[in-house]
Design a protein around this ligand. Structure first.
Ligand code: SF4
Ligand code: SF4
Length: 303
């Protein structure tokens, strides 16, 4: 796999979508992918309301932080969502992508409309949850078996990595039940063979909401930001054991460091370079970790 593999989950509040998305991110990391993200999108905060979640999986670090608009795979945890609005579920799904659906209902399968070139995989996650009594507060945790179906469809993560991720997330008995559900789903997931007329032109992605368009930090609207000042126990700079040092040869003035510094101790000099105020920099290393150009090194304090 090259580039970023993007996943969009569709489910309802209480079905474990956000948890499963997080477990997938950890499993992908266990698998050796260094760039992984799990992003929940929750509208009405209530059980039963439609929610989405997103994953990004990459061999290299990911600098994009947004919803997923053109997924490589869509996972439909609750089949009623695709019956309600087929296009909303496949919007933006890339040709050659994967649609993984929890259903055993022939009427849903026969009414599917799928972008040309996509593969459809089906699993009866509902029956698996009922059989294993995999429920939380009376609702089947349908998203959990979908992890096994996703693994089978895409071969992106192994059962072993999923098992490790689940085992590190739940206590032993619950972990076993979740692992069993994932394995059962993996084994029973099958590729659907649709009729030619069920393949349709790709549905365009929904437009990201941008208010306003921001291409550079200078486009940001002015907001009041408090400036650091001396506290009753001195300057936060006194806490530091290692200090960040910027290499201007490598720095491209992207100002990620300025944006991420939790202490607002990075200013911008007249040439547009970041400039650290060492009176207040506490040496937390956030800038060091976020700099995409590796232009910041952490140097041991001599004091
Ligand atoms: S994040 Fe790195 S490259 Fe970007 S402005 Fe800061 S030091 Fe320079
Ligand atoms: S080390 Fe932490 S406090 Fe210091 S400049 Fe970097 S982000 Fe800010």
């Amino acid at each position: 796999m090259s580039g970023i593999f993007e996943v969009r989950w569709h489910g309802r509040g209480g079905q474990g979508v956000v948890t499963a998305s997080r477990i997938l991110a950890v499993a992908a990391f266990n698998e050796g992918f260094v760039g992984v993200q799990s992003i929940p999108w929750i509208g009405a905060e209530r059980r039963g309301a439609q929610i989405e979640a997103y994953n990004r999986i990459s061999r290299t670090p990911i600098l994009l932080h947004s919803q997923v608009y053109a997924p490589d795979a869509v996972i439909v945890v609750d089949p009623s969502i695709i019956s309600e609005d087929n296009n909303a579920v496949v919007r933006g799904l890339k040709s050659g992508g994967f649609l993984v659906i929890n259903t055993a209902r022939s009427n849903i399968i026969s009414s599917l409309r799928v972008p040309e070139g996509c593969s459809v995989y089906l699993v009866d996650a509902t029956s698996i949850c009922l059989e294993l009594d995999l429920q939380v507060a009376g609702l089947e945790v349908l998203a959990m078996p979908m992890l096994g179906a996703f693994a089978k469809a895409t071969s992106l993560v192994s059962l072993k990595s999923l098992e490790e991720s689940i085992t590190s997330s739940f206590e032993a008995e619950l972990a076993k039940k979740n692992v069993d559900a994932v394995v059962k789903a993996y084994e029973s997931t099958r590729k659907a063979h649709l009729m030619p007329e069920q393949y349709v032109p790709p549905v365009p992605p929904s437009k990201p909401i941008r208010i306003p368009e921001i291409h550079h930090w200078t486009d940001l609207p002015p907001v009041p930001v408090s400036t650091p000042s001396k506290g009753s126990i001195g300057n936060t700079g006194d806490w530091r054991t290692r200090k960040p040092v910027i290499d201007k040869e490598k720095c491209n003035k992207c100002l990620f460091c300025w944006m991420y510094c939790p202490e607002a101790t990075i200013n911008i000099d007249d040439s547009g370079f970041p400039q650290i105020d060492y009176n207040y920099c506490k040496g937390c290393e956030v800038c060091f970790n976020e700099c995409p150009r590796k232009a910041i090194s952490m140097v041991v304090e001599e004091k």
